[in-house]
Design a protein. Sequence first.
Lengths: 113, 114
Amino acid sequence: KQEVTQIPAALSVPEGENLVLNCSFTDSAIYNLQWFRQDPGKGLTSLLLIQSSQREQTSGRLNASLDKSSGRSTLYIAASQPGDSATYLCLTPSGGANSKLTFGKGITLSVRP
Amino acid sequence: NAGVMQNPRHLVRRRGQEARLRCSPMKGHSHVYWYRQLPEEGLKFMVYLQKENIIDESGMPKERFSAEFPKEGPSILRIQQVVRGDSAAYFCASSPERGTGTQYFGPGTRLTVL
């Protein structure tokens, strides 16, 4: 059974800081891994998707890496801004392409002006 | 191409009433998933459906909860005799037949049970 862990549960940083959010998973035979953000009371916004054959993906100030052998993914946010404040979730399909997603509990990020 | 649509966005029910949550997947998507997010908790899988079939309901509570995805129309998550503990955000996601592992999420329905 896949388990996804995100530590710490919350993080507060000053604006402009580069930061890394960590995600670990127990079953390395993943199909892919996704990072989402969730704003308070809102839905989920997909940030980055890394296929199992890939090592990293980049979108703007965001970079996500995947190390299946160690069961880890990191989301790197460069030059953080107050608008980055949200909860960041990593998740992965439990089986193949069409299977339920296993979510981490998320990391609540607060970027102070 | 419209995204995944859910309605209502907010639903208030009194204890004992029924709640019906609707999800219209993205055009061309035949796989629907329901997830629940309880207050202060992460998202948890409930059920996975394809048209007219329940594929995986391992996350569904055994009583009061049911889901369907008919040949025509939206997927429905039905909660009978709601209790306060059912208050949560319910998210629906969809994916195409030939899945890439990406699920596209709707905005969610926030259920409040008084």
